[in-house]
Design a protein around this ligand. Structure first.
Ligand SMILES: N=c1c2ncn([C@@H]3O[C@H](COP(=O)(O)OP(=O)(O)OP(=O)(O)O)[C@@H](O)[C@H]3O)c2ncn1[C@@H]1O[C@H](COP(=O)(O)O)[C@@H](O)[C@H]1O
Length: 97
């Protein structure tokens, strides 16, 4: 496992923990309990994608990294919401090699 994968694993484990324990002060937990249901995270992904496009158009490398990380985080929340895991993502990527 390389560093990137270890970071994704760690983040996904935190997300799974928040889903299980639902702490009051957790942004992740608020996505799982949102009154809009999964639409909350889907809307977030849409917004972040637009912000990423704008950052790319501006050639703003720092902002591109920031928005890309927001997308990866919200994508992992979505996987968890669908009771999927990182291995399903890895398998899909592996099949494309
Ligand atoms: N990676 C993230 C992460 N990325 C983005 N976000 C949140 O997603 C929201 C983004 O929504 P917005 O775009 O509305 O926020 P914003 O600040 O206006 O926008 P940006 O400037 O971020 O683009 C912000 O509230 C961020 O805090 C995240 N919240 C949590 N995590 C991870 O999840 C872990 C657990 O966090 P909690 O659930 O809050 O305990 C943290 O330790 C982090 O590792």
């Amino acid at each position: 496992m390389d560093d990137t994968d270890a970071i994704l694993e760690e983040l996904f484990a935190v997300i799974e923990d928040r889903k299980e324990t639902l702490p009051d002060d957790s942004y992740t937990a608020s996505l799982f309990t949102h009154e809009k249901g999964e639409n909350a995270v889907l809307e977030k992904l849409g917004e972040e994608a637009t912000e990423l496009l704008l950052a790319a158009k501006d050639d703003d490398r720092e902002e591109i990294a920031h928005e890309a990380a927001d997308i990866v985080y919200h994508m992992l929340v979505l996987l968890s919401m669908k009771d999927m895991d990182l291995e399903e993502l890895r398998a899909e990527l592996r099949d494309r090699r």
